[in-house]
Every structure is written in C-alpha cells, then in structure tokens.
Ligand binder design. Sequence first.
Ligand SMILES: [Cu+2]
Length: 291
Amino acid sequence: MKSTIISALGFAAATMAHGIVSNLTIGDELYDMYNPYSTPYLNPIPDLIGWTVSSNGPVEDVSSAAIACNADSKAGAISATAAAGSSVKFSWTVWPESHRGPVMTYMANCNGDCSEVDATTLDFFKIDEAGLLADGTWASDSIINDGSTYTASIPSDIAPGNYLLRHELLALHSAGTVNGAQFYPVCANLVITGTGTAVPTDTVKFPGGYSSDDAGILLNIYYPVPTSYVIPGPPVYQGGGASASSTAAAIASTSVASYASEASTSVAAYPTEASTSVAAYPTEASTTLAA
Ligand SMILES: [Cu+2]
C-alpha cells in the first residue's frame, strides 16, 4: 500500500515537473499547440500547427532524431500564415525554476508542405537566443518572470515560403554529466508571406547541430557558478543574409562584467539554492528513470 502511494506521487511529479508549449501567439493570432495530456482526448482531435510531443519529458541524446522536434513527433496538419517580421510569443506551461538554462528558436525552409516533411533533413537557422543574462540569471528565469512566455521575431527579410519553426528550452541543472542536459524542443508549421528574398546560409541539421560535449551543453552550472555561457548552435541570423557570431561574445562579456559586481550577493544566496536543487534532483532523476 505504501509503495503504491509513493509511485502515484512519483507519477504526479513526473507529469508536473517539466513543461511544454501550450500555445503560440503569432502576430495577434492565437494557435493551440499539441498537449499530450489533453489534445488526444478531444473529439474530434483538432488539426494543429504544432507537432505532436509524446510527453513533457526532456530529450537528452543530441544525436537522436528526437532532438529535432521532440520524441516520436508527428508533423502538424496545418500551418499558421504570418508576415515576415511578425512576433511569435511562446506560452509554456509552468516551468520549474530549477530547470535553468537558455532558450533558442530556429526556422527551416520546408521546401514544400511542412506537414509532410522529415524534420531531421531540414537546414535550420537560428532566429533568436538568450542564455546567461547580465544579472547572472538565466533566460529560463526571465521566462518564468514573464508569465511562462518568451517572444521572438521572425526575420523580416527572409523569402516567403513554408517554414518549420523550432523553439526549445535547455535545462542545465544536471548538465555536468554527458547527456545530462535536458532539451525541450517543439515545432510548428508556418507559411511566411512578404517580399523578402534572403536565404540564411548559416544552418545546422537536428541531429547534427549540437554535440554532447559542446561548451554550453556539458557544464556544471553550480560549481563554479559560470560568469559567461556559450549558447549552443549556430550564431543568430542578423538579416541581410548574414549571421553575426559576435552576438554571443558581446552578451558573454556583459555578463562577466556585471556579474562580478554581484558575485558576493550571488555566492551568499547560492548555498540555499544549491541545497534545494540537490535535494530536489534525486526525485526527478528517479521518476525520469522510472518513466
Ligand atoms: Cu524536468
């Protein structure tokens, strides 16, 4: 009896612990995304722009097909039409504070209908990223502070066409061991309109874009507390067909400068947080393994 109760609690923790993107706001249109805990039970099951995800659990093997659009993902049946330059607001379900890390957003031309594409074959360019912020907090912290939302912009000069949008949070709380970093990717289909002609060339495939030992993927974010962070993947597309590799460096040096002045505060505050994280982690690790 006792063990039954414990497993029931463990299951609840596993399903509540992580996050998924529940909807997108593109321009001023709201689009539901696929929720594995509610969408399959709707009758009829709606056609969505979002690709399916099998759970709210992470992808940990960057060499697996799951790194593209999540585990066992199936393409969304429809596409959202949006003008180049539109904003996209990603609304996450409640994101756990312990899951600190960066957020990255990519696009890839589907060269045809995105609902029939194999995401692992596409060439993704990065349109937005945020990692370790100047005050020593992470992009994931600002997402929590913004009501579990993150907003990125579709480049204004890209050629019209069918594009796959790929957005992800990367949780680094157990990134100190190989394949310990937790990726939460999600994809959605777009039809981009406009008069742009740019074709970004600094692209990666998924899998392929990340390595398990990338500086921003295999690292300990607790000891020592990082003062700079290299966001994984290619540089962000800057418009005019170019990507600026200086973006990450500029952010990193800002972080170092402003973080140092705060170091004593952060160090003082850190032990409390560290013990919380360490205490919390075994529960999640065991539920993840069980699942
Ligand atoms: Cu988690």
